[in-house]
Design a protein around this ligand. Structure first.
Ligand code: ADP
Length: 356
C-alpha cells in the first residue's frame, strides 16, 4: 500500500546540438492502491515518464517519491517497483515456474520449497497453474502476458508500472485481459501506473486517467470527468470514440454564427464564452440529433454523405457546408446518401473552446 508522487518531473534529451523536452514538469499524486492510466498519443512522453519512475531513465529535474521517500537517486533494483513490459520480456530458456520464481531466487534467500509454494500461489491466482512446466514458446500471447504479470506480482511491490501490456494481443483477447487485469489489480490493491495510447483502455480501466500531450499533463480526472468536462480541445478530441466533432464559429450577441447556420445561445452560455472572439464548437457524435423537418430550435442543415450501420447504432457522416461531421444515431434510423437533413445540437451538449 503506497502513495506515489511525481514532483515536477522533467526529462530533456540532448544530442547533436538538439534538445527534446520529452516530459515537461509533470506533477501527479497517486493514492494508495489507485489504478492510474497515463494516456496520450505516440511520442507524448508516456514511456519516458514510466522509465523515470522505474529508475531506468535518469531525471533532468524533479522527484519520484514513494510514501514520502525520494526514489530519484536509487538504482532500479533498490526501488520497490515492478514493471510489466509490452513484449513480456520472459526468459525463453526458462519454464513458467522458473520465470515467475526468478526474481525471488535472486533477491531472497527462500529455500526452493517455499519459492515453489509462492510461485504456485501466484500461478493459481492467474489461472496458469497448468502451465508451470511450459516454456514461453509453448504459450499463447495471453498466457505469456499472465506469466509476465506473475513475475511482477510475486515481488509484492509497492508500485506496479505497466507499459502497454495488452498491445500485442488480438482485439478479443485484449478486451478480455482488460477486465481480468483490472479485477486483479482491484484484488491486489497495488498502486499502479498503466500506460497506453488507447483511450478505450484508459476509459474502461482507470480509477483516474492522466492525459499527456507533448510531455505536458493536460488533465487528470476520473474517466467520466475527462469525458464530460474536458479541460481543453485536445482532451475533448482525444477522449471518446468516434471523436468529438469540431468547427470554428464566430460569437456575437448571444449567437454562434457559421455560414450554414445561426445558433442562438442562452445568456449563461454567452457569459461562459465572453471574450472569445472566435469559438471552436465541439459536439460528440452521440449528442447530434437528426430530426424531421426544420421545426426545431437552432436547426442546422446538412447532407448525408455515408451511413455505416453497426447494429444497435449507425455512424452517419454528414456534410455541414464543407465540414464533415459524424453522428452516432440509433440503428433503426434510415438515411440515403445525398439526403438533405436537419440536425439539432442540444445546447447542454455543446463544448465551446477559445479558438484564438
Ligand atoms: P510515448 O511513450 O508517449 O510514445 P516516449 O516517452 O517514448 O513517448 O517519447 C517522448 C519523446 O522523447 C519523443 O519525442 C521521443 O522521440 C523522445 N525520446 C524518447 N527517448 C529518447 C532518447 N533516448 N533520446 C532522444 N529522444 C528520445
Amino acid at each position: 500500500m503506497s502513495q506515489l508522487e511525481l514532483r515536477n518531473l522533467r526529462k530533456e534529451f540532448t544530442g547533436g546540438g538538439e534538445s527534446v523536452v520529452a516530459v515537461d514538469d509533470v506533477d501527479l499524486t497517486l493514492n494508495d492502491g489507485e489504478f492510474l492510466v497515463l494516456v496520450g498519443p505516440s511520442g507524448c512522453g508516456k514511456s519516458t515518464t514510466l522509465r523515470m519512475i522505474a529508475g531506468l531513465e535518469s531525471v533532468t529535474s524533479g522527484d519520484v517519491i514513494v510514501d514520502g521517500e525520494s526514489m530519484t537517486d536509487l538504482e532500479p533494483r533498490e526501488r520497490d517497483i515492478a514493471m510489466v513490459f509490452q513484449n513480456y520480456a520472459l526468459y525463453p530458456h526458462m519454464t513458467t515456474r522458473e520465470n515467475i520464481g526468478f526474481g525471488l531466487k535472486m533477491t531472497t534467500d527462500l529455500d526452493s520449497e517455499e519459492r515453489n509454494r509462492q510461485v504456485e500461489d501466484v500461478a493459481e491466482s492467474l489461472g496458469i497453474e497448468e502451465l508451470l512446466d511450459d516454456y514461453p514458446k509453448e504459450l499463447s500471447g495471453g498466457q505469456q502476458q499472465r506469466v509476465a504479470l506473475g513475475r511482477a506480482i510475486i515481488r509484492d511491490p509497492e508500485v506496479f508500472l505497466m507499459d502497454e501490456p495488452l498491445s500485442n494481443l488480438d482485439a478479443k483477447l485484449r478486451t478480455q485481459m482488460r477486465t481480468e487485469l483490472k479485477a486483479l489489480q482491484d484484488d491486489l490493491n497495488v498502486t499502479t501506473v498503466y500506460v497506453t495510447h488507447d483511450q478505450t483502455e484508459a476509459m474502461t480501466m482507470g480509477d483516474r486517467i492522466a492525459i499527456l500531450n507533448h510531455g505536458e499533463l493536460q488533465q487528470v480526472g476520473t474517466p467520466l470527468e475527462c469525458y464530460h468536462q474536458p479541460a481543453n480541445k485536445f482532451v475533448a478530441g482525444f477522449i471518446g470514440a468516434p471523436s468529438m466533432n469540431f468547427m470554428d464559429v464566430a460569437s456575437k450577441n448571444e449567437r454562434l454564427i457559421h455560414k450554414m447556420f445561426d445558433y442562438e445561445i442562452s445568456e449563461a452560455t454567452a457569459q461562459a464564452i465572453e471574450g472569445y472572439d472566435r469559438v471552436t464548437l465541439g459536439i460528440r457524435p452521440e449528442d447530434i440529433r437528426i430530426v424531421d423537418g426544420s421545426d426545431v430550435q437552432n436547426p442546422i442543415p446538412a447532407e448525408v454523405h455515408l451511413v455505416e450501420p453497426l447494429g444497435d447504432v449507425s455512424h452517419v457522416a454528414l456534410n455541414i457546408g464543407n465540414k464533415r461531421f459524424t453522428a452516432a444515431v440509433p440503428g433503426g434510423q434510415k438515411f440515403d446518401r445525398g439526403e438533405e437533413v436537419t440536425l439539432h445540437f442540444p445546447e447542454d451538449s455543446l463544448h465551446l473552446f477559445d479558438a484564438t
